[in-house]
Structures are given as structure tokens and as C-alpha cells.
Design a binder for this molecule. Structure first.
Ligand code: PHE
Length: 343
């Protein structure tokens, strides 16, 4: 028996050490230490044949041996695992010969968004808040609250889309409805800009589109006068088109301002000399503006005796077309990737 144990031990340790992989090791482990038919178990069974004093010392020896074998199997398993991992790292984990993935295309902002953000930054730097408004707007805010009563012919200039079954709701024709909404919500004093989508029932062509963007501004405070309006508009014009840009204001009728103006800036391609872009006039029309009509202040619950204000509305889409030299407004809403990828 003692001899058998020695032999068993050395053979067992060699078998463990020589296991090539985890499957082989498992096999050896089962063969040696398997609960029912393992060789070690059989050895243990042999104990019963021994006389009492021998049995005791042999039992102790076998217990010690079992610990040794279990330990050897565990160590071998750990060694095989780390070897397997290292092997993966060289062959599969990083395959330096694999062809590179194509670079991912990253998206970018729409040109209208670029100009909108540029103006938002300019105006927030002057203390204006940026507001959003509903694109489906009530007849009241889009027209009536802006001093355009139901029967007024000015409505015809801004024909739009009416919501089926809801005749008092329209796709807003301008961002101006937010003037009265802002006044009602925040009261005076007020300094806000409102960029956003607008809609009109247009027979579309290179200059007309049913969907376009405006950029509205509104200031209400005590003592606001026309020079404040002109000052702000000049800042915007110079910011957009350079220091030498001038602003020209000419009277124009908008029901919600009094006096109202049509605003032009010096043509930036010909510096005012006259070219194709400005149709030889030297000026580009880019906004409407004026002093807020007292009726509009009243709709906004603001006392026209105490407060005055000015408002302006830039044709944001027009600014975008001028900035990037886009000659067909319909491209902007077309979703045409060939067009959009240029920006
Ligand atoms: N809402 C006007 C338009 O769409 C522009 C405008 C805004 C004019 C504010 C005056 C004051 O044509």
C-alpha cells in the first residue's frame, strides 16, 4: 500500500502537469478524483482492508495527498486559463491586419439652423431671451391680436393653411403671434427673440416656399423709441454682413406697428454698387419692423401710456439664401442630401 501511494502520487502529478488544455485537465481530474470511480476513491476504499494502526497513518497520508492533488489541479487550471487568454490577445483580440472600418459620417446642422444659432447668440449677448412658439396658431394670435381684424384685407397678404374642422386655427404665417403671447405671459419690460418656422399658401417658385423661417424680435419698456430699433438693426446687419454694412429703412404698412418700415441692408456682394443679387439697387430687403402698435400692447395687457416698444421680423430663410448664395428657396426644405451635404 505505501508503495502504491507513492507511485499513484507521482503519476497523478505528471498527468495533471501534462494536461494540454482545459478539457484534458477536466478529464484527468475526473479520472483521479471522481467521486465514484476515481482512482483516489478506489485507494480510499482499499483502506478498509488494512489493520487498525496502519489504517490510521495511511488515512492521514491519503488526506494529505488529496489536498495536494486538488491544489495541483487548481494551479494547472489557472495556468491554462491565462495561457488561453494570451493566445487570444495575439490572434483574435486585436487583429492588426484587419482592414479599417470606413470612417463614420458625422451629421451637421441645416444651414437655417446655423444662421438661427448665430443670431440667437448675438441676441442673448444683448440680454434677449429666446422663445419658441406654436406653429399651429390660433386665428386670434396670428391675426386679430396683431390688429388684423377678421375682415381686414391685410389677411390676404398672408394666406395660409387652415386646419380642417378647426377654422380658428391656422399654420402661423409669421412669428409675430409670439409678440402678444410673450406680452401676456411675461408683461413689461420685455426683450425677446423668436426664431421659427412659418407657413404660407404660396404658388412655389425659386423665391416662394410654403414653409420658411423667420426671426422675430420684440422690446417693450419705458421710453423705447425708434432710435433703439434702428440701433439694434444696425448691430444685426453689421454682425451678419460686416462693419461697412448700412441699414436703410423705408415706410411700409404692417397693421401691428406704427410707424412701420421695410428694412434693407447694403448689398454685400457689390457693396452697394448694384449687381444681379440686389437687382442693381445696391440694397437687399431682409426684414420688416416698426414701433409696436398701441392696440397690440393693449392685447398684451400692457399699458400703452406707460410703455412703448419695437418689433422686427427678419426673413431668416432669406438671410440663409443670401449668406450661402442659394438661388432656389425650395432646396432648403427639400431634404436633398446632395444639397445639404455642402454645408
Ligand atoms: N410679421 C411681419 C411679416 O411676416 C414682419 C414684421 C415683424 C413686421 C415685426 C413688423 C414687425 O411680414
Amino acid at each position: 500500500m505505501p508503495l502504491d501511494v507513492e507511485k499513484f502520487e507521482s503519476e497523478a502529478l505528471v498527468a495533471i502537469a501534462e494536461a494540454k488544455d482545459r478539457a484534458a485537465l477536466e478529464e484527468v481530474e475526473n479520472r483521479l478524483l471522481g467521486r465514484k470511480q476515481g482512482e483516489f476513491t478506489l485507494l480510499m476504499r482499499g483502506l478498509s482492508e488494512l489493520a487498525a494502526p496502519e489504517k490510521k497513518s495511511a488515512g492521514a497520508r491519503l488526506n494529505e495527498l488529496k489536498g495536494k492533488l486538488v491544489e495541483a489541479v487548481n494551479q494547472k487550471r489557472a495556468a491554462l486559463e491565462s495561457a488561453a487568454w494570451e493566445q487570444i490577445s495575439e490572434t483574435e483580440k486585436v487583429d492588426l491586419t484587419a482592414p479599417a472600418l470606413p470612417p463614420r459620417k458625422s451629421g451637421h446642422f441645416h444651414p437655417s439652423t446655423l444662421v438661427q444659432r448665430d443670431l440667437e447668440n448675438l441676441f442673448t449677448s444683448m440680454g434677449f431671451a429666446v422663445l419658441d412658439g406654436p406653429e399651429v396658431e390660433s386665428d386670434y394670435y396670428n391675426f386679430s391680436a396683431l390688429n388684423i381684424p377678421e375682415t381686414h384685407p391685410a389677411r390676404e397678404l398672408q394666406d395660409t393653411f387652415y386646419i380642417k374642422g378647426h377654422n380658428n386655427w391656422v399654420m402661423r404665417t409669421h412669428t409675430s403671434p409670439m409678440q402678444v403671447r410673450a406680452m401676456q405671459k411675461y408683461g413689461a419690460p420685455l426683450r425677446v427673440v423668436v426664431p421659427g418656422k412659418c407657413y404660407r399658401n404660396e404658388a412655389t417658385d425659386v423665391r416662394h416656399e410654403h414653409t420658411f423661417y423667420q426671426f422675430e424680435g420684440l422690446v417693450v419698456d419705458e421710453g423705447i423709441n425708434f432710435s433703439h430699433l434702428k440701433g439694434v438693426l444696425e448691430i444685426v446687419a453689421k454682425h451678419l454682413y460686416g462693419e461697412k454694412t448700412e441699414v436703410r429703412l423705408r415706410p411700409k404698412y404692417y397693421p401691428f406697428v406704427e410707424p412701420g418700415v421695410n428694412g434693407e441692408v447694403t448689398c454685400f456682394t457689390c457693396a452697394g454698387k448694384g449687381c444681379r443679387l440686389c437687382k442693381n439697387s445696391g440694397w437687399l430687403e431682409v426684414f420688416g419692423a416698426g414701433m409696436v402698435h398701441p392696440n397690440v400692447l393693449i392685447e398684451g395687457n400692457i399699458d400703452p401710456q406707460k410703455y412703448t416698444g419695437f418689433a422686427f421680423g427678419f426673413g431668416l430663410t432669406r438671410l440663409v439664401m443670401l449668406k450661402y448664395g442659394i438661388d432656389d428657396v425650395r432646396l432648403l426644405e427639400s431634404g436633398n442630401m446632395k444639397f445639404l451635404e455642402q454645408f
